[in-house]
Design a protein around this ligand. Sequence first.
Ligand SMILES: [Zn+2]
Length: 417
Amino acid sequence: MRYILGALMLVSCFFSFSQNIDVASQTIEDLCSREFAGRGYLDSGDRFAADYIAKKFSSFNLKKFTKNYQHPVSLSVNTIPKSDVLIDGKELIPGLDYLISPSANSISGDYLIFYISPKILNAPKLVSKVKKAIKRGYVPVVPVYDSKNGELEKKIQTLRLISKNKPIIFLKKQLIWSVSTHQSNSTEIWMIDSSFNRFSKQIHMNVVSKFIPTYTTSNVIGYVEGTIIPDSFIILCGHYDHLGRMGEAVFYGANDNASGIAMLLDLASYFSRNPQKYSIAFVAFGAEEAGLLGSLAYVKQPQIPLNQTKFVFNMDLMGSGHEGATIVNGKIYTEYYEKLNQINTKMKYLPSLKARGKAANSDHYFFSEAGVPSFFIYLMGDYKYYHVPDDNPTHLKLGHYYTQSYLLISDFIMSLN
Ligand SMILES: [Zn+2]
């Protein structure tokens, strides 16, 4: 009998774990599909994602504050629907060979290349040389520089100033994109050093950027009512937006933060079947990448009064974990951190936890600034794709530590009872 029971438990355990990973991987696949266009502000990518999450909330029978779980958030945003760059007739791959600065203006034309060698960069007549070159129809190409070098940084700023509304190219060792809420008058091309040949002669650029002064995206909010103290809430959250696309380059954001939404949905599914003493709200924030704008809008006009919000647990970058996890605000809310660390040590979920002080790096931030205890967890490991098109489901494989983090977070939430 015991053997049978043991075997049965093992089977069911294995089934629920493997099923968990399969469901989460599917969620990531879905959120990273081409249709969702990187969950940004072109092709209604953010709206597809918000509708997808609302549909999941509905399938878990979560309670809601609005008919479709969604709450509008408005922002200004610069988008880059089209970007073609050719050097000496050879087309460069957007997102891989180069990026357009997120706040870029539109630009179209052919330019001669003026490569500023390190020698020219250090020459006393740098400014007059570059000014002359720009006047003659050249585009300056600035070599990789160390931004920690203050003197060089000043020169770079001068070059930016003298290039005025003309384009300028910066060579870089690594490309990282972001979202801009404004449009500037200039266009910068950030090119990967290894894909630029300094003997190149001519560059063709056709960049179409479109500034949207008022774009309406949304936060998606559902909750499970508490069994004993329903008007006191714990919030589990993560952002669903990512960078969208730049021309043909789609930034899929598998780790950042389709992984966190997969975790949020897994937890929503679990707690919808296992309500707790307190109410638990599940919030998928929009516009995080645009400067935490979704969570800022929430904290300004909260759906759940902040003084009825007991704790906020924000999840962002949940795809690795071989090296444990970092808890932002762990050094601020030490009692909560000790509780979390105790659970982790006792149950051996993650290799280790590391506490950090406060940081304005994800959606927990405005909550703790408003006095609501909050944590931000991110997993650590050797996953190296950040704000690049390669942060996609092909590279992100969920494993053991996804399940372990799921167990850690759910145990911690239940311990708050
Ligand atoms: Zn993120």
